[in-house]
Each structure stands twice: as C-alpha cells, then as structure tokens.
Design a protein around this ligand. Structure first.
Ligand code: DGY
Length: 337
C-alpha cells in the first residue's frame, strides 16, 4: 500500500517537510502566497491529510472536493477558518498548534502594549521625518506601564503568558474569561472580574480570546466607552472580536487612549483602513507567532498531527476528537439497540 497523500497549502519550514516526506506522500504549494482556491480544490481530491494556514477557508465546499480527507492540521492555534461542524459531521479530525506559540504571541502583545503606551511608532516617524524640534517636559508623553493595572480578556495559555510578563512590571493583574481559573489566581495573584469592571478599571486591556460566535464583535462602542481615557487596548486574537468602525470612532474621541493591533477584520487590511491613519494606533500584520523558532515548532506539530492520524494514532493536539469519539459511541450504541 502506498503512503497516504498529504497536501500542504504553503511553503513551511524544512524540518516539518522532512518529517512529512519520511511518512507520507507530500504535495506542496511551494509558495509564500496563498494557494488559489481552484488549485486547493483540485489538490484535495486525493488527499487524506491537509496542512492549512489560518488564511485557508476549510468548509463544506472543500469537503465535497475531498472525499478521502481524514485530517486537517491547521498551522495556528486559532481555527476560525475551519467549519468545525462540517468537518466533524464528516468524521474529519481537526488539529491546531497550541502551546508552541504561546510565548512568542505573548511577547508580541507586550511589544504592542509598550509601543502604543510609549508612542514608539509615532516617535520614530517624528525622528525619521526631521520633525523633531526640541526636548521639553511635556513632549510626547505616554502612559506609565510599570505598576499599572493589566486586564487580560481570555485566560488561556496566551492570556496567562501575557499576565506573567506583567509581574515583571509590578502590575496589578486582572482577567475576564467565561470561566474562572483558580490556578491562575493562585499562581499569579490575578483577580477575576466581570468584563465591564475589567474595562472600567484597567490601564491596559489585552484581548486573547478565540474568535467564536460568542466573541464576534465583543468589543464595540459600548465597551470602549467604559474604558479609561488613558487606557491602551491591545488585540492579538482575531480582528473579528472588534467592531472596527466603532474602534476608529472611539480612538478619535480618545477613549481608549491608544491601540496596538496585530489582527484586523479583513487581512491583509487595506491601506485605506481609517485605523491606519490614526496617530494613536500601532499596527502589525498578524505576526504574533512570527519567529523562526516558533513557526518551525508550529509546522512540525502540524506535521506530527497529520502523521499520527494517518497512521492510526491519536493526534497530539486535537480540536474535535472528543466530539468524534462521542459520535462513534452513540452510533455503535444505536447499532446495538
Ligand atoms: C494563531 O496561531 O492563531 C495565530 O494567530 C497565528 O499567528
């Protein structure tokens, strides 16, 4: 029997490709730009495994074109690009890449937090353009980070890593998530609070929640109006959790005081996005996990997930395996009854 065919939708770090070559028949879209949809639909026709990027849409249309598909390994911790319901219905295992990107993404949240608080990008532009005229006591004042209150929305691995960094800045830590996480409170001294309270009392609000139907549009005019007029809002999660037009208006009014954004409603965000013309916005192109070490670890984990499933082993970091197991159990129970 030949090796199972796996299609990889983008050039990924070599260690992951080497691992795949040892175990599967590899078909690779060896480009840095996304695979065109028609090519993807053609390529999946015989594939049993697929490694996807967060910009690939994996939905019912793709499933219909991929009758042999058994596993989709998304090279991201988020999987809002995947129609989980449709894949689960078809018995396709979905995996993601948690843990390996936690620290890099938390670093990026902090890069944005510090850059927005201390006007790093605005300052760079002033120096670069020759508009730096003098030093004076009130010039380019920012927000004090040390000793401030850090409010993290989402208490998963990335949220916890963002908070851990706050300890080094002697910050008061508070968080909001659907469920309380007593371990986090014990380990970091973080306080759980309701979202509105967190927004009212935090100097820095960092968003780390996944994009789901529940979190879509979670931050709009109402939420921004609750924030301090000195607060900095940071989003390293997904653009869809923010109502972008309402953030523009809020930033124009100065509440929040500034924003650091790694993610946007539409990516790449068009250059005429009004957010980009605001002096109090620091924007980066969805690079939370973008270090070579982390991207290599993500690619290798995705490869290991595909190889595991195609060789009959449990995936390392499954998203829907429990649901699939429960479905199998109820199918076999009804077959026996
Ligand atoms: C993820 O893994 O979901 C990140 O957004 C990728 O950088």
């Amino acid at each position: 029997m030949g090796k199972p065919l796996v299609f990889v939708t983008r050039r990924i770090p070599e260690p992951a490709l080497n691992l795949l070559r040892e175990h599967v028949a590899l078909s690779l879209w060896d480009e840095l730009k996304p695979v065109p949809r028609d090519v993807l639909l053609r390529e999946v026709a015989h594939a049993e495994g697929l490694i996807t990027m967060l910009s690939d849409r994996v939905d019912a249309e793709l499933l219909n074109a991929a009758p042999r598909l058994r596993v989709v390994a998304n090279m991201a911790v988020g999987y809002d690009n995947i129609d989980l319901h449709a894949l689960t219905e078809h018995g396709v295992v979905v995996t993601n890449t948690p843990d390996v990107l936690t620290e890099a993404t938390a670093d990026m949240a902090w890069a944005l937090l510090l850059a927005a608080a201390r006007r790093v990008v605005e300052g760079h532009k002033v120096v670069e353009s020759g508009r730096w005229e003098t030093w004076h006591p009130f010039y380019m004042l920012g927000q004090e980070v040390h000793g401030a209150t850090l409010g993290v929305v989402g208490a998963g691995r990335i949220g916890a890593a963002v908070m851990r960094r706050g300890l080094a800045f002697h910050m008061r830590l508070q968080y909001y998530s659907r469920r309380r996480v007593p371990q986090l409170e014990a380990a970091l001294g973080a306080t759980y609070c309701a979202l509105d309270d967190l927004l009212r009392t935090s100097d820095f609000v960092v968003v780390t929640v996944p994009l789901t139907e529940e979190t879509r549009g979670m931050f709009g005019a109402r939420e921004f109006a609750l924030m301090k007029d000195t607060a900095v809002f940071v989003n390293v999660a997904r653009g869809g959790v923010v109502k972008e037009a309402e953030l523009v208006e809020a930033l124009r009014r100065g509440r929040p005081w500034a924003a650091g954004l790694d993610v946007f409603a539409v990516e790449p965000t068009p250059p005429n996005n009004p957010l980009l013309s605001l002096p109090n916005v620091v924007a980066t192109p969805h690079v939370g996990s973008a270090t070579l070490r982390t991207r290599t670890a993500m690619a290798v984990l995705a490869a290991r997930n595909v190889i595991a499933v195609l060789s009959g082993q449990p995936p390392l970091t499954p998203v829907n395996v429990e649901v699939l197991k429960a479905r199998d159990r109820s199918a076999s129970a009804s077959a026996q009854s």
